[in-house]
Design a protein around this ligand. Structure first.
Ligand SMILES: NC(=O)C1=CN([C@@H]2O[C@H](COP(=O)(O)OP(=O)(O)OC[C@H]3O[C@@H](n4cnc5c(N)ncnc54)[C@H](O)[C@@H]3O)[C@@H](O)[C@H]2O)C=CC1
Ligand SMILES: O=C(O)C1=NCCCC1
Length: 315
């Protein structure tokens, strides 16, 4: 009979998950996902339940990795919050199970996992798709994901300049106070992205905030927000001019307003590039449309659990 699950919450999780270990596991998992080998990864597109009264959704994100012996699911609630709202726009819980018996091994707070694995996936997209001489990073949005993207992008790459734009001055000020390195605050999204080599969009907006006419040819865009079929962050011009990559082709076709409403074609998954089955067209303008995948949560949760077990054995 299995004992009660480990409960691993935010503060403890922060000490257990580090980008240097997460990044290679995530890259490997993205490749396995795109191999479409069911012994590697079974991960359906997220199922969502509308929470109409609260302007939100509950997403269920199960994943099974038979060869890795990982069985996991995330429950994530995400909301359309008004600007100025102090409520979080995303809340999640990750449950790790034993695939042989079906018992729950661990219940984890999903905030740290979600913010780190999402930023790490964007950083992998930039590693594969940005031009090698990239000097300027622009971040649109100043919330939770903006901070984790700043953290991993400045850890992995050496940008000469990092710019941030937020719809509210308060947001930019808070962002500047929270990051540990230099950042230039821009008064408009256009000012932030003109001439930028890498652009990260991490907003809650439902209408385009980034327009193709502002984007330098050859730039790489990691588009993280707008995760519903009628929500947008990018305009049609950008979507049609750029070569579009996604984490999951099926996810993008079902959930991404930027893909569905623009009629843009998904050229490849990041995992296809990792597996060498599709090229990384660095010289072109590229968009990585991130929706977030259960397999990213699963390998992150397993990494946390391994570290937690190792720590528990020592003490
Ligand atoms: N692709 C993925 O795997 C994931 C995507 N997300 C999505 O990423 C986005 C950012 O998430 P968080 O940073 O956690 O949210 P947050 O609430 O912490 O920050 C959102 C930011 O968007 C800004 N914003 C809100 N409305 C806007 C508008 N109309 N125009 C421009 N900016 C606006 C806010 O001022 C704030 O700076 C959300 O859309 C969320 O659903 C979140 C987690 C994972
Ligand atoms: O993958 C996730 O986690 C999320 N994706 C889109 C919306 C919020 C959370």
């Amino acid at each position: 009979m299995a004992g009660p699950p480990a409960v691993i919450w935010e503060h403890e999780l922060e000490g257990l998950l580090r980008y240097r270990e997460l990044l290679p596991r995530l890259e490997e998992a993205l490749g396995k996902f795109s191999s479409r080998d069911p012994a590697e990864v079974i991960q359906p597109v997220r199922m969502t339940v509308p929470l109409q009264k609260h302007h939100g959704f509950l997403g269920l994100m199960p994943t099974y990795m038979e060869k890795n012996r990982v069985l996991c699911t995330k429950f994530v609630c995400f909301y359309k919050r008004e600007d100025g709202s102090t409520l979080p726009s995303t809340q999640s819980t990750v449950v790790l199970l034993d695939p042989e018996y079906g018992n729950i091994k661990a219940v984890m707070n999903g905030e740290v996992i979600t913010r780190m694995r999402t930023a790490a996936a964007s950083a992998i997209s930039a590693k594969l798709l940005m031009c090698p001489e990239a000097e300027v990073l622009a971040i649109l949005g100043s919330g939770v994901q903006a901070l984790s993207h700043y953290e991993v992008f400045t850890e992995m790459f050496s940008f000469k300049e990092v710019r941030v734009w937020s719809r509210t001055g308060q947001g930019s000020e808070r962002f500047c106070r929270s990051v540990s390195g230099p950042v230039r605050v821009c008064v408009s999204a256009e000012e932030a992205v003109r001439g930028a080599d890498v652009i990260v969009t991490v907003t809650r907006c439902t209408e385009p905030v980034l327009f193709g006419q502002w984007v330098k040819p050859g730039a790489h865009v990691a588009a993280v927000g707008a995760c519903r079929p009628n929500w947008r962050e990018l305009d049609d011009v950008l979507m049609k001019e750029a070569v579009v990559y996604a984490d999951s082709r099926e996810g993008a076709m079902k959930e991404s307003g930027d893909v569905i409403l623009s009629g843009a074609e998904v050229f490849a998954e990041l995992g296809d590039v990792i597996n060498g089955t599709k090229p990384a067209l660095r010289e072109k303008t590229t968009v990585f449309k991130s929706l977030g995948m259960g397999v990213e949560d699963a390998v992150s949760a397993q990494l946390v659990f391994d570290q937690w077990e190792a720590k528990s054995c020592k003490s």
